[in-house]
Design a protein. Structure first.
Length: 760
């Protein structure tokens, strides 16, 4: 039997790598520059300090010189002096003497006696500096000439700060990681049903009310705040001063922050703060904690439009971005249909179709945005007849929105679900943090082509670029945002920047893994899931097991120890399956030569391990709404994550060997069912329970006989994960597919399988 069962470190810890330098003959830049030409001769070597020089009248070059100096000092510990433009021997010069370079392009010439970064503007100087800093190795820079410029002008990442809040300090770290890979747009999703995160001076309740909620679930409901005597509120918001600082921080790194203020749907938090914004008489008065699509939309009366314009005025003042995102996705029209303003508007438009109202709404807002010399960006639902030509369409429902938008003469950005949705798990490993159940590996992202083939040459000009999105319903912590965004966003950076003809997966793996120490130095724990070792345990002769090691990307060398110590580049290299006695602790780490490119993983080879499966190692019976969900308890400390299809909670243990198995045990959890999924909720069915609390049913195949029932009573009053008593089974032989479902009297508590184990 093959048993995948490699336990990882605590979720979200990321890499703890020592900062190691990249060998000079191994230039490792992501995104891959357009051209790197090695030159004859010795490298440029720093003397006691690095001298960076820019012309006195050139403010772009001057500020780039200061940034470059700071990067050299911080990343390489080389003292730096920034000077005005007096001819300097042995200096790094920032020069505009090559004016034909495109605005983000740069040229680097490294000669033994001098380094020059040529650019025509601030972004080019910054990108040249980023590349240069990444080539420094042991106080030298190899003699090269680099010519570089991006393929697309929009290389983005969307951060959802509404569903979960991230601190300003973390947002800056994310900006640092983006800058390192020449990503240039941070699309900041600041408002949604579950929170409003941006201070608006004219409407203070947007944040005093709208930024706070009681999280879903039993544990948060029981977590009473002594100050109020009520459940503690979760949340936070960004003051205007913080936003200005973050916007300036991003601008110094050639990143534009495009704010998103969602309208007309995904508006519940604002409506809870100011109920008169609602199209219905009795809207929610508190910010809700369900995920999914709420029916609440902004009203269509003039007072509500004035509110939205007031909000946008403050947004324009805070964000110099030429683009302003106003959402527009997933708008439920039922409340408009029933409202006086909606009825009046439909009458004026001569329609009875409330779907038509979205076009009216978008056009009105687009006109306002245009009157302030900005361009509206919306999710692809905004693409309706009458959308002003200057509006930009963000294609999220696959690439169809982009195809239609470009055909109609709109600029468009590829933000395509599922490949560019970075709330999906990065791997199927059991140590993967929660997220959408679908696995989108970095390899899947790297294979995405941002220029849809179907577009004509003329239409192609409308593709501004692409971006990854990190929605955060299931990404609760900052560490996990880091894990979900990078290194997948490094793949986005390469797709958006580099010549597609030079795309090469294994070379990308070499270069991207060389970035890991750089992210680590930023305190930004990226995902090593595709590089980390995973184990398959194969029973060998009596009393021992044989362990096969591999990793997701099939890259690098896996080295291991059997004494519990941490593997080094000198530890035995895995080549053939390793025989281990039960109880031995095997640790394995992936290296690329001397470079460690994954965290160590630990495998405890106790006999129970061989037949235990976590939910992530089971097959889901269906994948209607597959999610890896986090427990809501304990409030502090590690929590379990459960892989489940919430529309059909049912798991299959494939090929279970029942020889000598005397019983079945399982650990189970309960998660809040906090999903606005409309009518779909009626399609969730459970087998009839035999006891008041219900049972976990184990069948021989999903349509076969029940072979074990594990009563849920011991878990009913226990938050967190409970191990149920073993249920005996009749002796059997052979391999079967075991199918597990919960029989339960109601939707809540919503039971989920944590692990299942065959007891011998
Ligand atoms: C979206 O995922 N609703 C844009």
């Amino acid at each position: 039997m093959r048993i995948p069962c490699f336990a990882g470190p605590i979720l979200g810890l990321g890499l703890a790598l020592a900062l190691s330098s990249v060998a000079a003959d191994e230039i490792a830049i992501v995104p891959n520059p357009a051209s790197i030409e090695r030159q004859e001769g010795p490298p440029f070597a720093f003397r006691t300090s690095a001298v960076v020089v820019a012309a006195p009248g050139d403010r772009d070059a001057q500020s780039a010189a200061l940034m470059l100096g700071a990067m050299i000092e911080r990343q390489h510990g080389i003292k730096t002096v920034v000077q005005k433009n007096i001819p300097q021997p042995h200096a790094i010069m920032l020069s505009r003497a090559n004016p034909a370079l495109p605005s983000e392009g740069y040229r680097i010439e490294v000669k033994p006696e001098k380094v020059t970064i040529f650019a025509s503007g601030p972004a080019g100087f910054f990108y040249g500096s980023v590349t240069l800093v990444q080539m420094i190795d042991k106080r030298t820079i190899p003699a090269v000439t680099i010519d570089d410029a991006p393929r697309f002008r929009w290389r983005g990442l969307m951060l959802d700060s509404a569903r979960h809040y991230q601190s300003p300090a973390f947002v800056k770290k994310l900006i640092d990681a983006m800058a390192m890979n020449k990503l240039n747009v941070l699309h900041w999703h600041l408002t949604d049903d579950q929170a409003w995160r941006l201070e608006i001076k004219k409407y203070p309740k947007l944040t005093s009310v709208g930024a706070w909620r009681v999280p879903a679930g039993q544990a948060p409901r029981k977590d009473i705040d002594p100050k109020t005597g009520k459940p503690r509120l979760y949340g936070g918001f960004y003051t205007q001063a913080q936003v200005r600082e973050i916007v300036a921080y991003a601008a110094q790194r050639a990143i534009t922050i495009v704010p998103e203020i969602e309208m007309p749907g995904h508006a519940t938090a604002a409506i809870a703060a100011y109920p008169w914004l609602s199209a219905i008489a009795d809207p929610p008065r508190a910010v809700p904690a369900d995920w999914g699509i709420y029916p609440h939309a902004y009203n269509l009366d003039d007072k509500t439009f004035r509110f939205l314009e007031d909000v946008l005025d403050e947004v324009f003042a805070l964000f110099p971005s030429p683009y302003i995102h106003v959402g527009g996705d997933e708008v439920e029209k039922s409340q408009w249909k029933a409202s006086a303003a909606g009825q009046a508007r439909m009458k004026a438009m001569g329609t009875e179709d409330p779907e038509k109202l979205q076009a009216y709404f978008t056009e009105r807002i687009a006109k306002y945005v245009a009157s302030k010399k900005r361009r509206l960006v919306g999710w692809d639902e905004v693409l309706e007849p009458g959308l002003p030509k200057h509006a930009v369409v963000m294609s999220w429902r696959g690439i169809d929105g982009a195809l239609k938008a470009a055909a109609q003469g709109h600029d468009t950005i590829l933000a395509a679900h599922p490949t560019l949705y970075f709330d999906s798990r990065t791997s199927g490993r059991p140590d993967e943090p929660p997220g959408r159940g679908t696995v989108i590996s970095m390899k899947d992202v790297y294979a995405f082509e941002p220029m849809p083939e179907k577009l004509s040459p003329l239409e192609r000009r409308h593709v501004l670029g692409l971006q990854g999105q990190v929605w955060t319903e299931h990404v609760r912590t900052e560490e996990r945002v880091a894990h979900m965004t990078f290194p997948r966003s490094a793949a986005v950076a390469e797709l958006g920047w580099s010549n597609p003809g030079r795309r090469q997966w294994r070379d990308f793996l070499r270069r991207v893994s060389a970035q890991f120490p750089r992210y680590e130095a930023m305190g930004f724990p990226v995902a090593d899931s595709g590089f980390a070792a995973r184990a398959t345990v194969v029973p060998a002769e009596a009393g021992s097991q044989s362990v096969e090691l591999a990793n997701g990307f099939n890259y690098g060398e896996i080295r291991y120890t059997l004494d519990g110590s941490e593997p080094t580049a000198k530890s035995p290299r895995y080549e053939i399956p390793v025989k281990v006695a039960p109880g031995v602790v095997l640790r394995a780490t992936t290296f690329d030569g001397e470079r460690r490119i994954s965290n160590p993983r630990t495998l405890a080879t106790d006999p129970a391990h061989a037949t235990r499966r976590a939910s992530q190692q089971l097959k889901l019976c269906s994948e209607h709404i597959a999610l890896s969900l986090e427990d809501d308890a304990p409030l502090n400390g590690p929590r379990a994550a459960f892989l489940v299809d919430i529309q059909n909670p049912c798991w299959i243990y494939e090929g279970a060997d029942l020889a000598n198995v005397k019983g079945i045990t399982a650990s189970v959890g309960q998660v809040p069912f906090n999903y606005q999924i409309g009518e779909l909720v009626k399609q969730i069915h459970f087998p009839k329970p035999a006891t008041p609390e219900g049972e976990l049913e184990v069948r021989l195949g999903c349509d076969g006989d029940v072979i074990a029932r594990l009563p849920l009573a011991p878990a009913a009053s226990h938050m967190g994960v409970t191990t149920l008593p073993t249920a005996s089974i009749a002796p059997r032989t052979g391999r079967v597919n075991l199918c597990m479902r919960f029989s339960q009297p109601a939707l809540e508590p919503f039971w989920v399988l944590d692990t299942i184990e065959l007891a011998r």
